[in-house]
Design a protein around this ligand. Structure first.
Ligand code: GCW
Length: 680
């Protein structure tokens, strides 16, 4: 194995410099196993660059040295033995870190833990080699920390190479074929491992004809990608088409209860595991936005998932079954259908009926990755089912990687939300996910030289991995970590600017786009920029119902669609009441007059005006912060130029949002801005 060293691609959070502290020391690596080998090679590459070993010699790592070891390794030095004994069992992925008598020790119970321990040392840098440190234990909260790629093999006529991808092409495929050189995939795996990610689904959940064949005659491509991800502890998962027994197998049906169908899936899984023994499992989008599913055969989603689960079970594989099921051919005139209710209506009755190796993958909100939604009611409704919570790192609805929008504060808020209030021991969304199927997110990476299009969007990818490892981490602290690694020589000078620009950027984005949780108002299809009525009379179920008197969706039990009744107390009561509902979700749950007074004291209409003016001003301030860095030497000029150009677009787009939203509501309501600002 060679450590990928790409010169034409931005190194993101693993620039060579980040390895200086390790590379300038002698660091014995003790233990066996493929991932220990990766650690050994990482250390060797760092030493080759920074000349370690000539300075601090000695079996224990020398006076200022370091030991990385498996707890049971032969020849474990005394200090490491003591640290291991003190740390106790560390699990499959945990590690312990200590510094005493001038030696920094990382011990792990298993090879994956040693890899994560190495990257922890990278994060600490010189700080790992200073004063003594007592034994600290680290282990991931969730066992599976996964990224989904919505990559296509063939360039889709509408969605392109990567559906909702804003960072160039796919890292895996180009124009219908697997890339010949997969070095970047290896480098990607390395970046992900440094954040704690351990599973990647490589293809789009909308499985088209070519991509379906990854399961059968294109399996060698899965083998090749798995080989690049494996050295960094990442398992490959595959999105499959539910109708594959028909489309690939030539069977007359894909009915999950049909014996031939069961046999077909079992044989398919057997072939996959023969080729990829550590294969993770299947991801399935069924009966959703045109994808086939069990409904087509009169079967439930538990039965549909069951046939796949049975096929994977002998090998320890899992099914990620997506809960994103709703009627996308709704009649906008039909006021009784509510897309936000759909997932809970479909899935809650199935609680307890899914096989053990099925994970129900639930989008964090009841609609669709909007910048502001309540937490999905499914999360509290299925105590007997393993749930994974799904986030969208790719910024489909949050500025498409042209806008700075640091999403960790949103994810963190969701993860710490208590669906039962103080009941149920005050359990949080993170507790549900961690105790169930873990966390999953749609990746924002592509073949762009900065990986994520917008260089600052790298922070979102980094932060997702870190939050999946530990959902309690503070988003601002994650930003510091990311900045420290990404800009190792200048982070101290950059931190203030990055915090000023990024900490509040999600709320800034929320301010200049759709107000008070109402959502959408985006241009149909590509979803970039404003179009207040763009989806209002479409079949997609995403409406705001603005008229001359008011705006918002009545989802109360009293007079609306009854979504509030899908939540347990206290939220079923809080959301039901326009007076108690948090302002930021008011229009998600209520249709109110423009003069309705918010909890903040402002009226709805004045809030719309104020936040839209403020949102643009905040973007202007962001630009001023960034402009000050020009010529400062703190960031590479090319990176500076790329961000500067994107900030100009962000401002243009934010102004467009402001002017369209304000004008629209001024014309509807006839209420002037109390502060007399210009509305068109
Ligand atoms: O937000 C919507 C996107 C679709 C996507 C879908 C999903 C992959 O607009 O592009 O399809 O969500 O999550 O399945």
């Amino acid at each position: 194995m060679t450590i990928p060293d790409l010169t034409d691609v931005h190194p993101a959070w693993l620039p060579p410099e980040a390895f200086r502290a390790i590379g300038s020391r002698r660091v014995p690596v003790l233990g066996d196993g493929a991932l220990v080998e990766t650690v050994r090679e990482e250390v060797a590459a760092a030493r080759a660059r920074f000349g370690g070993g000539d300075r601090d010699g000695g079996g224990d790592g020398g006076a200022a040295g370091c030991v990385l070891a498996l707890a049971g390794a032969d020849g474990l030095p005394g200090t490491a033995r003591a640290v291991a004994a003190e740390a106790g069992p560390l699990g499959a992925e945990g590690y312990a870190l200590a510094r005493r008598d001038g030696v920094t020790t990382v011990v792990a119970g298993a090879p994956a833990g040693l890899l994560y321990g190495l990257f922890h040392l990278v994060r600490l840098g010189e700080a790992a080699f200073g004063a003594d440190r007592p034994v600290e234990r680290h282990a991931p909260a969730a066992a599976r920390r996964m990224l989904d790629h919505w990559d296509n093999i063939d360039v889709h006529p509408v969605m392109g190479q990567v559906e909702r991808g804003y960072a160039g092409g796919s890292l895996f495929w180009r124009d219908g074929v697997l890339r010949e050189d997969l070095t970047r995939v290896r480098a990607y795996a390395r970046l992900l491992a440094a954040t704690g990610i351990n599973a990647v689904a490589i293809n789009n959940v909308n499985v088209h004809a070519t991509e379906a064949r990854l399961l059968t005659d294109r399996l060698d491509e899965v083998v090749a990608i798995a080989a690049e991800l494996r050295p960094y502890g990442i398992r490959v998962h595959l999105s499959i088409g539910f109708a594959s027994p028909v489309t690939l197998g030539g069977l007359p049906t894909a009915d999950p209860l049909d014996e031939d169908v069961r046999r077909w899936w079992a044989a398919a899984a057997e072939r996959v595991y023969a080729a990829v023994p550590d294969f993770g499992g299947f991801v399935v989008k069924a009966d959703s936005e045109g994808q086939p599913g069990p409904f087509g055969y009169g079967r439930s989603h538990a039965e549909g998932a069951g046939v796949l689960a049975a096929a994977l079970a002998p090998y320890g594989g899992v099914v990620h079954w997506r809960a994103f099921v709703y009627d996308h051919r709704q009649d906008w005139r039909d006021r009784s259908t509510d897309r936000a209710r759909a997932a809970c209506d479909h899935f809650a009755p199935l609680d307890g009926r899914f096989a053990d190796n099925v994970i129900l993958q639930v989008k964090h909100g009841p609609m669709d990755f909007q910048p502001r939604e309540p937490v999905s009611p499914v999360i509290a409704a299925m105590p007997a089912t393993k749930l994974a919570v799904e986030f969208q790192v790719t910024q489909e609805y949050t500025g498409q990687q042209r806008h700075v929008c640091y999403l960790a504060p949103m994810w963190s808020e969701i993860l710490s939300f208590r669906p039962w209030g103080e009941d149920e021991g005050g359990r949080t969304v993170a507790d549900v996910a961690v105790g169930g199927g873990g966390l999953v997110a749609v990746s924002n990476a592509g073949d762009d030289p900065y990986w994520t299009g917008h260089p600052l969007a790298q922070a979102n990818l980094y932060a997702f991995g870190r939050l999946a490892w530990d959902p309690r981490l503070d988003p601002a602290a994650i930003l510091d970590e990311w900045a420290g690694l990404t800009f190792p020589e200048t982070a101290a000078g950059l931190r203030g600017t990055l915090h000023a620009m990024m900490d509040g950027s999600w709320r800034t984005y929320e301010r200049y786009t759709a107000p008070l949780g109402v959502g959408f108002m985006v241009r149909p299809g590509h979803h970039y920029g404003p179009d207040v009525d763009g989806y209002e009379y479409t079949p997609w179920g995403t409406y705001h119902f603005a008229d001359r008197d008011g705006v918002g969706v009545d989802r109360t039990r009293a007079t609306g669609t009854g979504l509030t009744g899908q939540y347990p107390r206290p939220w079923s009561e809080v959301y039901e009441s326009a007076g108690r509902c948090p302002d930021e979700l008011l229009l998600f749950f209520h249709h109110v007059p423009y003069g309705h007074v918010l909890r903040s004291g402002s009226t709805v209409i004045q809030h719309i005006y104020d936040t839209h003016f403020a949102g643009v001003e905040e973007v202007v301030a962001m630009r001023a912060h960034w402009d000050k860095l020009d010529g400062s030497g703190l960031v590479d000029p090319a990176l500076h130029a790329r961000v500067a150009e994107l900030l100009a677009e962000q401002q243009r787009c934010a102004e467009e949002w402001r002017d369209q939203v304000n004008t629209y509501f001024f014309r509807k309501s006839g209420v002037p801005d109390a502060r007399g600002r210009h509305i068109y």
